[in-house]
Ligand binder design. Structure first.
Ligand SMILES: Cc1ncc(C[n+]2csc(CCOP(=O)(O)OP(=O)(O)O)c2C)c(N)n1
Ligand code: SF4
Length: 308
């Protein structure tokens, strides 16, 4: 029996019958984020979402770029890959095409995804690749100790902008919507249960799903803190927002100030994904990763040798 202090762990069963608990998704490496970093909440919400969706670790791959947030694949027990700065989507798209039966989840920071990886972001959107992209948006470069990022607020003083940031920030919500994403949401690390629902929606969505998460960097961003967000974040679900209304979703997406909407802005289910449109993935041969290469082993080894 549960008491207030002793909560029974949730136990789920995977589709193959294996027992799943939250610890099933615990990685071998202990998270080394600063105490209070918003990324802890994102990690925990993702683990809960996978548990509640009854996805076994071998059905999921988590891919990242470089940054504090991009260390996440080491902290979660799924397949994973820590790639290059800004390249998680490039690797994620390749992986999805190689094995379209895997759930592909790309993760990283705002610098990683909207700065150096901005080009990949645009092209993954327009292709409507069936993957989930979680951006831990702390509006700063955390790992490199506090420079402005593409989502830093105008006027913000950082190490790289001691007189205040003169640039206009990127707003990922309208950008993703206009670019062709078919599931566009925003969460906040301070509202973990809400985040779990957004992640579950994104992972089960058929198409490109962005979840931009305000995930405060408690060490270097002294402006956009938990205290700043707490009174401002307003769940769209409590405002009767219709996520199929493109223009209203755009209006909501532009809001950032005294009120910051979070939740599911936009969703459509009527567009094919890149994988749906690739004929080779539908010829009955299964995922490409499990097919023969069609060239002799010797030739294959020589090719690999040449590339090493
Ligand atoms: C090609 C390249 N350029 C620059 C860097 C240096 N670098 C590493 S992480 C980072 C920014 C990380 O910021 P963000 O993606 O917002 O993640 P956070 O650390 O805030 O989670 C930069 C510029 C790098 N590793 N590789
Ligand atoms: S520097 Fe910022 S983003 Fe990086 S772990 Fe610390 S609080 Fe998190």
């Amino acid at each position: 029996m549960s008491t207030a202090l002793q909560v029974e762990p949730t136990i789920e069963t995977s589709k193959s019958g294996a027992q799943l608990v939250k610890d099933t998704y615990k990685g071998k490496v202990h998270p080394d984020w600063c105490p209070g970093c918003g990324d802890f909440s994102v990690l925990s919400a993702l683990q809960t979402a996978l548990l509640e969706l009854r996805l076994s670790p071998h059905q999921v791959v988590v891919i990242s770029g470089i940054g504090c947030s991009s260390n996440l694949p080491g902290f979660i027990n799924t397949y994973g890959m820590h790639t290059l700065h800004g390249r998680s989507l490039a690797v994620g798209v390749g992986l999805k095409l190689a094995n379209h039966e895997l759930k592909v989840i790309c993760v990283g920071g705002d610098g990683d995804g909207y700065g150096i990886g901005g080009n990949h972001f645009l092209h993954t959107l327009r292709r409507n690749v069936d993957l989930t992209y979680i951006v831990m948006d702390n509006q700063i470069y955390g790992l490199t100790t506090g420079q402005t990022s593409p989502t830093s607020v105008k006027g913000m003083k950082t190490k790289s902008t001691p007189h205040g940031n003169v640039e206009n920030p990127i707003n990922p919500i309208p950008l993703a919507m206009v670019g062709g994403a078919t599931y566009v949401a925003r969460g906040f690390s301070g509202k973990q249960k809400h985040l779990v629902e957004l992640f579950k929606g994104a992972i089960t969505h058929h198409g490109f799903a962005l979840v931009d998460v305000f995930s405060p960097c408690v060490t270097y961003n002294k402006d956009n803190t938990y205290q700043w967000f707490n009174p401002r974040v307003k769940p769209l679900e409590e405002q009767g927002h219709d996520p199929t209304d493109f223009h209203k979703a755009l209006d909501k997406g532009y809001q950032f100030g005294e009120e910051v909407p979070i939740g599911l802005f936009w969703k459509r289910n009527d567009l094919p994904t890149l994988e749906d449109l690739e004929p080779v993935l539908h010829d009955g041969g299964g995922p490409l990763a499990f097919r023969g290469l069609g060239i002799p082993g010797e030739q294959c080894r020589a090719l690999i040798q040449e590339l090493l």
